[in-house]
Design a protein around this ligand. Structure first.
Ligand code: FEO
Length: 164
């Protein structure tokens, strides 16, 4: 089933947003490295790779269905944060935005009676639960530990163990 124009445009736009997401997380990685929080930087670099994979999943869906991938400019991400908590709060808010955007793509698919996009979109619905949960958890832990440098370094070490 050939992909329709409206859905193709929405998916191309999301493909761009996934690349932007990776770029934002790389910007956070750079900032964390400056703060000597190398574990958090590592976590963000792994996340950036995941975002690239998300973009490619959308890419493949368009191509498999006879559509055309259109690449747009990737926005400049924020580069400074006032605290690790602020950065993780941003990451969590960003993931919520990603979820909303993907739900909107689902609405477009439904409106167009496009059942072929549903398995791919369902994969993303599940993935977004995980993405929101991971960033929310670190945000909550940072709120809990407050000003404790010891706890911050322990959390940083923990996040540095994230596998590729
Ligand atoms: Fe690809 Fe983090 O959403």
């Amino acid at each position: 089933m050939m992909i329709g124009k409206e859905l193709q445009d929405a998916i191309n736009d999301q493909l761009n947003f996934e690349l932007y997401s990776g770029y934002l997380y790389l910007a956070m990685a750079a900032w964390f490295e400056q703060q000597n929080l190398n574990g958090m930087a590592h976590w963000m670099k792994v996340q950036a790779k995941e975002e690239y994979e998300h973009a490619m999943r959308f890419w493949e869906h368009i191509v498999d269905r006879g559509g055309k991938v259109e690449l747009e400019a990737i926005g400049r991400p924020k580069t400074e944060w006032s605290s690790p908590l602020e950065a993780w709060e941003d990451a969590y808010e960003h993931e919520k935005k990603v979820s909303e955007r993907i739900f909107k793509i689902g609405e477009i698919a439904e409106r167009n009676g496009d059942r072929a996009a549903l398995p791919m979109l369902h994969w993303f619905y599940d993935e977004q639960i995980e993405e929101e949960e991971q960033t929310m958890k670190v945000r909550d832990l940072l709120k809990m530990i407050g000003d404790s440098k010891n706890a911050l370094f322990m959390l940083d070490a923990q996040l540095g163990k994230r596998g590729d």
